[in-house]
Design a protein around this ligand. Structure first.
Ligand SMILES: N[C@@H](CCC(=O)N[C@@H](CS)C(=O)NCC(=O)O)C(=O)O
Length: 338
């Protein structure tokens, strides 16, 4: 486990996060833009580390910025504001006029509080009509963001003008998710006719030298969602099977708990569940570093599916191993392996 004292007597900065989190990505953009060296610590949101729980005990969320002998900093926009204040001369993100700064912060807040939650709302809404209403809302919001781009960019490339500014960082961290939502729900958020500036801007952002490596790619997001869909499916089956086995056991023998039935009905989910974290805010999932190196950015869905099969084979082998515990009536080891 990483300890604060490992950073002592150095200016080392650590960022606690998950690579698929847009909130984490935006802090990475700023660290890169300001040429600040940092160590990235991958967090597993399914099983939060002691370091995360100790450094963000209130919200228990990433990103968290850690510095030697200083309190941890949480919340992406607060971290970005802090970095802007302590490194004001390297790649300035905000204008010097306080009123201009306040207006830019209004739009950053608007994006985080009003626009981005719509993606998660879309995913969670079960009915077709409900989804259609949210899609309409997302399209309306994107037209508003297009107007905001026209206003702030002044005919230049970015919201920040000639180069990436505060709003580019905040909005840009969601480009990967935006493209994923477009593909998955088959509609255009960035549209050549309705939002031509945003189309060009998104292209520029994702090919920007400093930004491209810290953006969750569409393929990566797709992979994460393939896993979570699989897990959701298996988990529901597990709940269902477990409930029916419970009512069965009530009739036969109330004290009997058959741990192997849990393994049988959801073998893969236990393996994957321990590696994939759930985020209530933006659908992002954290995948631990043991799984992540198997996937490269730019991988096609077909490749991801192939890799998914390999993983499932591995997980089945692991489950077969684990099944031995209940068979050997080793309840403690069985519960531990779950
Ligand atoms: N407002 C926060 C949002 C951060 C956030 O939602 N982080 C997610 C990952 S994308 C998280 O850590 N979720 C963990 C949880 O909800 O338990 C920020 O801007 O930093």
């Amino acid at each position: 486990m990483h300890q604060y004292n490992s950073m002592e007597e150095s200016n080392q900065i650590m960022l606690l996060g998950t690579a698929a989190s847009p909130y984490v990505n935006r802090v990475q953009f700023v660290l890169n833009l300001k040429s600040i060296k940092y160590e990235f610590i991958e967090e597993n949101l399914a099983c939060k580390s002691d370091l995360l729980l100790a450094s963000n005990p209130v919200l228990k969320k990433v990103p968290v910025l850690l510095q030697a002998n200083k309190p941890p900093l949480c919340e992406s926009l607060i971290i970005i504001d802090y970095l802007e204040e302590i490194y004001p001369n390297v790649h300035k993100l905000l204008p010097s006029d306080p009123l201009d700064r306040a207006i830019i912060r209004f739009w950053a807040n608007y994006m985080d509080n009003e626009v981005l939650p719509l993606y998660e709302k879309l995913r969670c809404t079960p009915h077709k009509e409900g989804k259609e209403a949210i899609i309409k809302q997302i399209i309306e919001e994107s037209s508003l963001i297009e107007k905001t781009h026209i206003k702030f960019s002044n005919g230049k490339s970015y919201f920040g003008g000639e180069d990436v500014g505060y709003l580019d960082v905040v909005f840009g961290s969601f480009i990967g998710w935006t493209r994923f939502v477009e593909k998955h729900y088959n509609f255009k958020i960035f549209d050549l006719v309705r939002t031509p500036n945003l189309v060009e801007w998104a292209e520029r952002m994702t090919s920007h030298e400093v930004i491209k490596d810290s953006t969750a790619s569409t393929a990566w997001i797709a992979l994460i969602l393939i896993f979570t869909t699989l897990i959701d499916h298996q988990f529901n089956r597990l709940k269902h099977d477990h409930r029916s086995s419970k009512s069965l056991s009530k009739r036969k023998s109330p004290s009997r708990v058959d741990a192997s039935s849990i393994f049988r009905c959801a073998p893969q989910s236990f393996f994957l569940f321990s590696r994939v974290g759930f985020c209530a805010d933006c659908s992002c999932r954290s995948v631990s570093t043991t799984v992540k190196p198997l996937f490269e950015d730019g991988a096609t869905l077909e490749m991801l599916e192939k890799k998914e099969k390999v993983l499932l084979k591995k997980s089945n082998a692991k489950v077969e191993q684990a099944k031995e515990f209940p068979r050997a009536k080793n309840k403690r080891a069985a519960v531990h392996s779950v």
